[in-house]
Design a binder for this molecule. Structure first.
Ligand code: BG6
Length: 797
């Protein structure tokens, strides 16, 4: 059985008729399944049972099977382990015991253990399969290699399979891989490239066991079968928020060597929860039984995920974790881990369907219960006049309206799909699903179970059994493609980088957590609802908490310096800008603010966008301090950053927004197009005395500011208000306000953040007025005020 692509399917349809007569003479086909790591934990717990399940499903449908358990363990030891595992296999409850025993005996007979270590072992395995197939008068139709091994072993194994264990012509190869698939985007790319040199994409099956969970696998069919009801509801107008949750009670003891390197985000959010998120958020293909269409639509869900910021996350760590790491990894007593074991993440999706709807992803170890689910909570715009006792579950618009894909565990104890009765009566596949029996007293997500239409699978099946069956049947949409994997890492890696030094909030674990980990959404950010009770969980000695510090006031280059932890610093700067705006509008009726681009001001833009309701935006003019010579819609454009992080969230009249004219007559920064003169004229016309109320600058690690660079005289003095300059880094061409224009401002704020700025901050603190070497040293407002805003990383190192 080959997995057909679309064209192959068409071809196959044509060929089937022609070949069917010939096929009659064909020998019966055999599939060999080689389980690597067959004595390991996962194999013992799930994979052998999954293989047995496949055998039960497929035996009698014309295929022959052979199962080869392999590992590095010696043959004798391995055989012993495997014999025990095979003995413990179970049949579905509804199978007659006699029949089960018979099939189990057959399965045991068809399964063997062998050591698989050297290239020679692989070659011998291949030869043995060929000989056995021939001996039994069969035809080999395919080989499945299931790699239940640590990822460092992948490449060697892949090389061996490719060079000496591929089946002969006409038979297919499928290689199944278990996570982790890399540690970040770069390592995932590397691993993908290495594997890609041995296998074709269609030969690889990357497992995410959440995709094998019955309820997760039901999300798309549910959306498909209920299109009529959901078409109008599955969008930002009706959905209040979406929660994707995996709570665990277990800790990481026994696997800290893995966990310490990965942490909760890499362990379960980057994969399991992201997969589930995309199934909810993606556009539904017309034909959901086409794996190609499903995969393609799923992939399209990634580019519209809004980039995550540090404030998109709250992190925690159960209190005993560091001790476990110290014990298991022989770390000194002073060692404190920063690895998060709990995370709440806020995801936004920038498309018309989901814009503005918060998707909350949450997972943690040592929480009060074990449960996973996706909850889609709908908005409630109704106002019910009659008292609650008259509300009827199926009719009242005032009861919460939600759909829950209950993946497993929790109080319900089983997988289920729940739909509030006041939403609609869902259609579910009639076969395989049944209505959940009433359980008086059971309340789920604020409602009694009786207020839901609730369905659960007739026969619960573990995820691995499902996935093994899908591998056999080429259901590629139940697996993670290379593109999908890399898109997910591309989404998560910047956040992981920015959180690398974040101190997670410690929590005692279990019910004792109380409300300590509750978090809330405000202004597009997540934050813990409760302040940190320090007596309960003191922070690690080596990493002081922001609350340990006060905002520091001092002088830097003879001008006022405000220094604090980043969060506080940004809040302070945003407050100062708002105060300046209010003052200017009160006095002159308008406020002229010139903003820099780059990464440092992003947090400021977000703060202004979300936390400053009294900001006089309607009377504010926004100017650019500098711009890259790229089209304004280019993600590299400073204007684009301003647009994404500020403008689209506030109400600045569009005629008050003044992007730099870098793109004129379909050319970028051509001298002849006189963009600099045009901007200078616009400034002169609108800004009294060409004196901005506030100019926000940054400081580059080389001492540049705006787009005025060292060793490049342009814009450092003279009459020109706006200049074209050249940056040492790409894109090289820039447009910038000149130093004389900047120095005409009433107030100049210089924002300097991050450890990378430490050295230049030290240096610039000592140098005099040398703008040619360090343009930032030339910033000295003629009659205005200069204030430095530096975070502790930049200021204290
Ligand atoms: C695994 C993670 O992928 O998923 C574990 O590595 C986690 O840390 C597990 O416990 C959860 O899976 P399930 O099926 O128990 O929800």
């Amino acid at each position: 059985m080959k997995c057909p692509g679309i064209w192959k399917m068409l071809m196959a349809a044509v060929c089937v008729a022609l070949l069917s007569s010939l096929q009659a003479q064909d020998l019966p086909g055999q599939v060999s399944i080689i389980l690597l790591g067959a004595t390991g934990d996962l194999a013992r717990k799930y994979l052998w049972q999954g293989l047995f399940h496949l055998y039960l499903e497929e035996v009698g449908k014309g295929h022959h099977f052979r199962f080869h358990g392999t590992a590095l363990t010696s043959t004798e030891q391995g055989q012993e382990v495997i014999a025990k595992v095979l003995e413990s296999l179970s049949c579905p409850r509804d199978m007659a015991p006699g029949h089960c025993a018979e099939l189990k005996a057959q399965f045991q007979q068809l399964s063997e253990y062998r050591q698989l270590k050297t290239p020679k072992d692989y070659l011998a395995l291949s030869k043995d399969i060929e000989a056995q197939v021939e001996h039994e008068g069969l035809r080999e139709i395919g080989r499945i290699f299931y790699l239940s091994v640590p990822p460092f072993a992948y490449v060697d194994i892949a090389r061996n399979i490719n060079s000496s264990c591929r089946p002969g012509p006409g038979a297919w190869l499928r290689v199944v891989l278990e996570k982790p698939f890399g540690h970040d985007l770069h390592s995932a790319q590397q691993l993908a490239a290495e594997l890609g040199s041995f296998f074709r994409e269609e030969e690889m099956y990357r497992v995410d066991h959440y995709l094998g969970k019955q309820v997760v696998a039901q999300i798309l069919p549910f959306r498909d079968q209920n299109r009529a009801a959901l078409d109008g509801l599955w969008n930002r107008h009706h959905v209040e928020r979406v929660e994707v949750v995996m709570k665990e009670t277990l800790d990481a003891e026994g696997r800290t060597s893995f966990y310490e390197e990965y942490g909760v985000i890499r362990d379960v959010l980057q994969n399991h929860l992201t997969e589930v998120l995309t199934l909810v958020a993606m556009e539904l293909p017309v034909n959901i039984s086409s794996p190609e269409a499903v995969l393609q639509h799923k992939l399209q869900a990634f580019p519209v995920l809004r980039g995550l910021q540090r404030h998109s996350a709250v992190l925690g760590q159960y209190q005993a974790y560091s001790g476990q790491v110290r014990r298991e990894l022989q770390k000194p007593d002073s060692f404190h881990s920063l690895t998060p074991t709990f995370a709440g993440i806020l995801v936004h999706i920038d498309n018309l369907r989901w814009e503005g709807v918060p998707f909350i992803l949450m997972s943690g170890k040592v929480l009060d219960e074990r449960v996973s689910y996706v909850r889609i909570l709908f908005k409630n715009q109704a106002f019910c006049v009659q008292s609650e006792k008259h509300w009827v579950a199926a009719q009242s618009r005032c009861l919460p309206r939600q759909i829950i894909f209950h993946i497993g565990h929790g109080e319900l104890g089983s997988p289920a799909v729940l739909v509030s009765r006041n939403l609609f009566r869902p259609a579910l596949p009639s076969a395989g699903w049944k209505e959940v029996e009433g359980r008086p007293g059971l309340r789920l997500f604020g409602l009694p179970l009786s207020d839901y239409y609730a369905y659960s699978p007739v026969r619960e099946q573990d995820a691995y059994s499902q996935l093994i069956s899908h591998i056999f049947h080429c259901r590629k949409d139940s697996f993670v493609t290379t593109e999908n994997l890399l898109a997910s890492w591309a989404f998560w890696t910047p956040l992981l980088d920015s959180l690398a030094h974040e101190v997670p909030r410690l929590y005692p674990g279990g019910a004792e957590n109380g409300q300590l980990l509750d978090f809330e959404l405000s202004g597009g950010h997540l934050s813990f609802s409760q302040p940190l009770p320090e007596q309960l969980v003191p922070g690690p000695d080596s990493a002081p908490l922001p609350s340990d510090f006060q905002v520091l006031r001092a002088k830097y280059r003879e001008s006022p310096l405000i220094s604090a932890w980043p969060e506080e610093l940004i809040a302070r700067l945003a407050g100062d800008i708002e105060a300046a705006a209010v003052r200017a509008v009160r006095r002159f009726g308008e406020f002229h603010l010139a903003l820099s681009g780059g990464s440092s001001p992003v947090a400021l833009f977000q703060q202004l966008a979300t936390g400053h309701y009294s900001f006089p935006w309607a009377h504010t003019h926004l100017w650019l301090v500098d711009e890259r010579c790229v089209p304004l819609w280019d993600p590299e454009s400073n204007f684009q950053g301003l647009q994404t992080h500020l403008l689209q969230h506030v109400r600045v009249p569009h005629y008050n927004v003044h992007p730099m004219p870098v793109h004129r007559r379909q050319r970028l920064c051509a001298e002849e197009d006189q963009g600099t003169q045009a901007y200078a004229e616009e400034i002169s016309a609108l800004v009294t005395n060409s004196s901005f109320d506030l100019v926000l600058l940054g400081m580059g690690a080389d001492g540049h500011t705006a787009s005025l660079f060292p060793q490049s005289p342009t814009g450092l003095d003279g009459e020109q208000l706006v200049v074209l300059t050249t940056s040492p880094s790409s894109p090289h061409r820039r447009m910038s306000l000149s130093l004389p224009l900047i120095n005409r401002a009433r107030k100049v704020a210089v924002l300097v953040m991050g450890r990378m700025k430490r050295e230049i901050a030290m240096l610039v603190s000592r140098v005099g007025h040398e703008p040619k070497k360090w343009p930032i040293s030339g910033v000295l407002p003629d009659s205005g005020q200069l204030v430095w805003y530096m975070d502790y990383d930049a200021f204290l190192g």
